[in-house]
Design a protein around this ligand. Sequence first.
Ligand SMILES: CCCCC/C=C\C/C=C\CC/C=C/CC(=O)SCCNC(=O)CCNC(=O)[C@H](O)C(C)(C)COP(=O)(O)OP(=O)(O)OC[C@H]1O[C@@H](n2cnc3c(N)ncnc32)[C@H](O)[C@@H]1OP(=O)(O)O
Length: 281
Amino acid sequence: MFPLRLLRTARRVLPAKSLSTTGQLTDLTVDNEGIATLTLQRAPVNSLNVELLQELTTVLGQVEKDKAKGLVLTSASPSVFSAGLDITEMYNPNVERLTALWTSLQDLWATLYSAPYPTAVAINGHAPAGGCMMALCCEYRTMVSGRYTIGLNETAVGIPVPEWLIGTMCKVISQREAEVALNAGLMFTVEEALKVGLIDETATDKADAIEKSKKFIKRFDKISPIAHSLTKQRFRSDVLQPFAKNREADLNQFKYVVLQPEVQELLGQIIQKLKQKKAAK
Ligand SMILES: CCCCC/C=C\C/C=C\CC/C=C/CC(=O)SCCNC(=O)CCNC(=O)[C@H](O)C(C)(C)COP(=O)(O)OP(=O)(O)OC[C@H]1O[C@@H](n2cnc3c(N)ncnc32)[C@H](O)[C@@H]1OP(=O)(O)O
């Protein structure tokens, strides 16, 4: 059984910044209404390495412990929300580090997806793969308009999408749209994402996206925290429960897939392409 995470007492409204912490890779601030904003700040593209994944999970635990009214997730980059898993962590990897990478990603997904407080994301740039995964975990998605893309492109980088992530996507867009997109690793433009329901609304800029996210969190001002958290977890339990049972198998499959020579070759080509792109800029 996936442990239920209920907020048993009312959320506190804390004075501005009382919970604020700045880790190396993230920044957490709390406004005077008690809404926490967690900003990814691992330059240049917030790629998720072991340290960033672990710091995010720790900070989410802090947000829960301190009973913030809700959480807005965003990024400090001007054009990238998150580039997903750090590809260099998967290329010619040290197996212990690869294990830590996947275990930390599992922890982050489980913590954010089952968060007992309301969550929203202000997607202020590209959100491929793990970036899209974090957005999908939130209850409300606002994305800044522009030439950005969002989606689960794992198959394009040689990685099969795990069941729990397919389940997360199918809770947001139709199974048909999800199957077509995930099988081929398709990315959505902002307009396409809005059309299929992958995002809930667009924003003119990051400030607008954060304001819209906070407006969503304020919808819960008069809702009992226990009613909210239990209902949310019931909606998500059919994805959370099997995940909890299959964590070890999921980890072993990930390591098996990533260590395949053809996947290593593909990852090497992607790293090379990213380098060439930079050189051409
Ligand atoms: C059943 C079996 C179970 C197996 C389970 C397996 C997988 C589970 C699947 C899903 C779970 C969630 C995890 C998914 C896996 C991933 O996340 S893989 C990562 C996929 N990400 C990408 O493909 C994105 C690649 N990057 C880009 O497309 C672009 O960088 C960008 C994000 C669109 C930004 O473009 P921009 O022009 O602004 O920047 P640059 O491209 O110039 O990049 C700047 C800088 O950053 C480096 N970089 C970019 N992306 C990554 C990355 N993902 N990891 C590491 N480094 C990255 C790039 O190399 C540049 O570096 P520099 O040259 O040193 O400056």
